[in-house]
Write a protein that binds this ligand. Structure first.
Ligand code: TUI
Length: 315
């Protein structure tokens, strides 16, 4: 069995988080992952407290295992959803796309374990100083909003900089990448793209098929001009975004407006051409639709075999 400090700390069997993907990570997917022994995470995304409270209630009906809520710090509803998670005393909160500092005291006072997703060493150190019990170090192979550094370089630097357990994210979708993350010093992983094709994931089949069809160079990053780069699968929407971004006559406001609703169109409407089909570079490693439980047990058994066999490298 692969075990780490995270299993005891969070009450999970496998040290794996399912990423809090906007318009994807609902109570149904989160409860399935938690029931399979990982940590399922509900995305608060940019919806309000009422939506989140409903999802937390539903998740509690579907599982008695620990689960998490991801708070996207760019959402206009952060103050409200931050209060909802504290009132509901959700077991774990993860944060992304910004600085969670102002809310951390209230979450910690409610007994919540806070695990921010971070893109750099400096931010990792700051969140740990504020009371984070672990961090997810996310490399730019990931889908959605990303930082500058790769998983390979970010993870060991964060491991060296903080005492708390580090989870690796970005580019992890099978037993090999899981084993490699552990070798970098991570004590667990967070996977988003791999769970997009879980049978229990409620996105349209055409989104799952796009992920399965994706080849190595099929993702692209846009949005640098806006200060929040986003990785997604190449399609007409992403190409048009890149064209407008390169056009100096187009303002940031116009560009933001072009981006609004694009992920919703892909993930809820199945619009694969004018929607933003967010996925990480690991999409090229995802080849099948499986129950979330089989994704998790498959990754861990493959990693275990590889790690047991790793002495083959020693002369
Ligand atoms: O947050 C993510 N991935 C996301 S969020 C998202 S929703 C969105 N959609 C369109 C545009 C922008 C966002 C889709 N995917 N991953 C975790 C992550 N966090 N990546 C980078 C960061 C991050 C960046 C800056 C975390 C902290 C941070 O702090 C800066 C500061 O303010 O100190």
């Amino acid at each position: 069995m692969i075990k780490s400090r995270l299993c005891e700390l969070l009450g999970i069997t496998y040290p794996i988080f399912q990423g809090g993907m906007a318009w994807v990570a609902d109570a149904h997917l989160a409860a399935t992952v938690s029931n399979a022994g990982g940590l399922g995470i509900i995305a608060a995304m940019n919806l309000d407290g009422e939506y989140l409270r409903g999802q937390i209630g539903l998740c509690r009906q579907l599982t008695d295992k620990p689960f998490g809520v991801n708070i996207m710090m760019m959402s206009p509803h952060v103050p409200e959803v931050a209060q909802v998670v504290a009132e509901e005393k959700v077991p774990v909160v993860t944060t992304g796309a910004g600085w969670p500092g102002p809310y951390m005291k209230a979450w910690l006072a409610a007994g919540i374990k806070v695990v921010p997703v971070i893109p750099s060493v400096a931010i990792a150190k700051r969140v740990v100083r504020e009371g984070a019990c672990a961090v997810v170090a996310e490399g730019c192979e990931a889908g959605g909003h990303i930082g500058e550094l790769t998983t390979m370089t970010l993870v060991p630097q964060v491991v060296d900089a903080v005492e708390v357990p580090v989870l690796a994210a970005g580019g992890i979708a099978d037993g090999r990448s899981l084993a490699a993350a552990l070798m970098l010093g991570a004590e667990g992983v967070q996977c988003g793209t791999r769970f997009l094709t879980a049978e229990e994931c409620t996105i349209p089949e055409c989104y799952k098929d796009r992920v399965i069809q994706a080849r190595d160079i099929d993702t692209v990053v846009t949005g640098r001009k806006l200060g929040h780069p986003v990785r997604a699968l190449k399609n007409s929407y992403m190409m048009e975004f890149a064209r407008r971004e390169a056009d100096s006559d187009i303002t940031k406001e116009e560009l933001e407006k072009f981006g609004t609703g694009a992920l919703w169109r892909a993930a809820r409407q199945g619009d694969m051409e004018t929607g933003c089909v967010m996925a990480g570079q690991a999409a090229a490693l995802v080849k099948d639709k499986l129950p979330a439980r089989d994704i998790i047990t498959g990754m861990f058994s493959e990693a275990e075999t590889l790690l047991k066999d790793a002495t083959k490298w020693l002369a």
